[in-house]
Write a protein that binds this ligand. Structure first.
Ligand code: PEP
Length: 240
């Protein structure tokens, strides 16, 4: 069986409704129906309606551990599902660091996402200091153990995103990605958990990174904002 080539784009807090609409139209005019299943776009919730009626898989960037109640400002996986989402990110490093989301909360969020019928894309990653001090595996292990406590590995997609490589000029080397991904796949055991790499993935480095056996695709920030670079990354995977 050939491995997956998932091309997931995290738009973060980017694009207004017009820009989103233009992207969707241009993207759909360039991608084949068959390839479409490899993609997912994570827009802000306020752009979700732009995706309705189209075949592009999309997901939430964040969702709360509850589906209703007095939680001002939150949104629920139940509503994301209702609106047509297939996936939801959970534990992106920006959520962990800027919004203080800890493994315990992320565990509740993950379970709720699964209960509502969405696929969680569970993000893990070490900071630069943690890597330099030799704590990479301990950090990743606690993120996985605590964040996915009681969650079968087959229910999730895991995205390894070293924090020091996100939105910086520094992509992780193939050696680092191969080592960490191999180690995560071992932890997952029999479960065929798809493993994404994220952190400065661009058309220029996508081919080399995808050569790594344990890389099933990418979670892409900056390069997912332009149709050309987003599709080019997918093409690099197809060429392998
Ligand atoms: C991300 O935030 O998930 C990400 C990988 O961003 P970038 O590709 O811009 O480094």
């Amino acid at each position: 069986v050939s491995k997956k080539r998932l091309c997931f784009g995290n738009w973060k807090l980017n694009k207004n409704p017009k820009e989103a609409k233009d992207f969707i139209q241009s993207f759909l005019s360039k991608v084949s129906d068959e390839d479409l299943r490899d993609f997912c776009i994570f827009p802000t919730d306020l752009l979700a309606h732009q995706f309705s009626g189209f075949e592009i898989p999309w997901g939430g960037q964040n969702s709360y551990s509850e589906n209703s109640g007095a939680y001002t400002g939150e949104s629920s996986p139940e509503t994301l599902k209702f609106l047509g989402a297939d996936y939801c990110l959970v534990g992106h490093s920006e959520r962990r660091s800027f919004f203080n989301e800890d493994n315990e909360l992320l565990n509740k969020k993950t379970k709720n996402i699964i209960e509502q019928g969405l696929k969680p894309v569970f993000c893990i990653g070490e900071s630069l200091t943690e890597r330099e001090e030799g704590h990479t595996k301990a950090i990743l292990q606690s993120q996985l153990q605590e964040g996915l406590k009681g969650v079968p590995f087959e229910k999730v997609i895991i995205a390894y995103e070293p924090v020091w490589a996100i939105g910086t000029g520094k992509a992780a080397t193939s050696e680092i990605v191969a080592e960490v991904h191999g180690w995560i796949k071992d932890l997952c055991g029999e479960a065929k958990t798809p493993l994404l790499y994220g952190g400065r993935v661009k058309p220029e480095n996508a081919g080399e990174l995808y050569e790594i056996e344990e890389v099933d695709g990418f979670l892409i920030g900056g390069a997912s904002l332009k149709v050309e670079s987003f599709l080019e990354i997918h093409n690099k995977m197809k060429e392998q």
